[in-house]
Design a protein around this ligand. Structure first.
Ligand code: NAD
Ligand code: UDP
Length: 313
């Protein structure tokens, strides 16, 4: 098996490369290094069966592969909002290019979609059948609508060209190899706590999320790619179902670090979803997937990573 991972130098992509290589795949990691880093895949350089290609998915590329995991796209709001037009291009043109390649090479392709396709959801928890509540003209829409079009392209290539497609709707995932400056909540809070800074809590902290540890997410991505059912092209939610407020995350991290963590309240960003929790029935039934790492355990592992990556305390 020859497998392409776009966004392969990023947080999730680099873990996916590790797991695919361990399973005996030849792996091509393709990345433009916008938010990813060569340091995430440095341990793989020179390894038989691994190749890195510096490339931007908005431009076509011709590769002979059996599987494609299309992860290329900045995932943190600060990064995807820093050049929103590029974010739309990455999701739309990038997915189009990868689908064109999958069609020609007769490859199976998985699109990394997101809980953001549900926007600020009016249905709770969110099932795959919910169509969402997305602001099409807001500051998050370059990401949300870009991913929604990517899903549309996947389904249309599937129906029109019989491309073998998979869509995973990823809910907030965290763990080692998130960049220090990533900007998402778990890495921000851990880095701030280790530096002895105040934790930047946006809004009153009552907004909720469910967090999934990276290893559990990679299990699901590979399981979905291996799933062969007649409904395999349908989107599948994957994430934690343990819903917590962002204030509760501060408390949980404080318990792990053994001290009360001071917070600095900052304004809630525009269109920040109020509540989010996946209904993962489909992932359980079709993929036999269940997360195995609890939030405190996952946070402990992530704290250890940041302590080693950048000694700060
Ligand atoms: P990340 O920012 O660490 O990784 C994204 C990678 O894509 C980076 O290596 C970046 O350099 C690369 N990239 C960005 N634009 C590119 C382009 N035009 N061409 C080539 N490479 C490009 O983020 P992540 O958390 O690893 O996310 C990976 C994927 O999963 C993304 O598609 C993201 O939307 C999706 N996702 C992640 C989460 C999460 O919680 N981690 C949640 C929902 C969806
Ligand atoms: N958040 C926060 N402080 C931070 C970063 C994020 O309070 O330093 C909040 C943010 O407003 C959101 C939640 O944490 O309500 C999750 O944010 P993140 O950017 O990690 O993911 P997303 O909003 O895309 O779910």
């Amino acid at each position: 098996m020859r497998t392409l991972v776009t966004g392969g130098a990023g947080f999730l992509g680099s873990h996916l490369c590790d797991r695919l290589l361990a399973a005996g795949h030849e792996v091509i990691a393709l990345d433009n290094l916008f938010t990813g880093s060569k340091s995430n895949i440095a341990h793989l350089s020179g390894r038989t069966g691994f190749e890195f290609i510096l490339h931007d998915v908005v431009n076509p590329i011709r590769l002979e592969v059996d599987w494609v995991f299309n992860l290329a796209c900045p995932a943190s709001p600060i990064h995807y909002q820093s050049n929103p037009v590029k974010t739309v291009k990455t999701s739309v043109m990038g997915t189009l290019n990868m689908l064109g390649m999958a069609k020609r090479a007769k490859a199976r392709i998985l699109q990394a979609s997101t809980s953001e396709v549900y926007g600020d959801p009016l249905e709770h928890p969110q099932k795959e059948t919910y169509w969402g509540n997305v602001n099409p003209i807001g500051i998050r829409s370059c990401y949300d609508e870009g991913k929604r079009v990517a899903e549309t392209l996947m389904m249309d290539y599937h129906r029109q060209n019989r491309v073998d497609t998979r869509i995973i709707r990823i809910f907030n995932t965290y763990g080692p190899r998130m960049a220090v400056g990533d900007g998402r909540v778990i890495s921000n809070f851990i880095v701030q706590a280790l530096r002895g800074e105040k934790l930047t809590l946006y809004g009153d902290g009552s907004q909720t999320r469910c967090f999934c540890y990276v290893d559990d997410m990679i299990d699901a991505m590979i399981a979905l790619m291996n799933y062969e059912g007649p409904d395999a092209a349908e989107p599948v939610n994957v994430g934690g179902e343990d819903e917590r407020s962002i204030s509760a995350i501060v408390e949980c991290l404080g318990e792990i670090l053994g001290r009360k963590l001071p917070v600095e309240h900052l304004p809630l960003p525009h269109d920040d979803p109020t509540r989010r929790r996946p209904d993962c029935t489909r992932a359980r039934q079709r993929l036999n997937w269940r997360p195995s790492v609890s939030l405190p355990d996952g946070l402990r592992k992530t704290v250890e990573y940041f302590r080693k990556a950048e000694p700060m305390e």
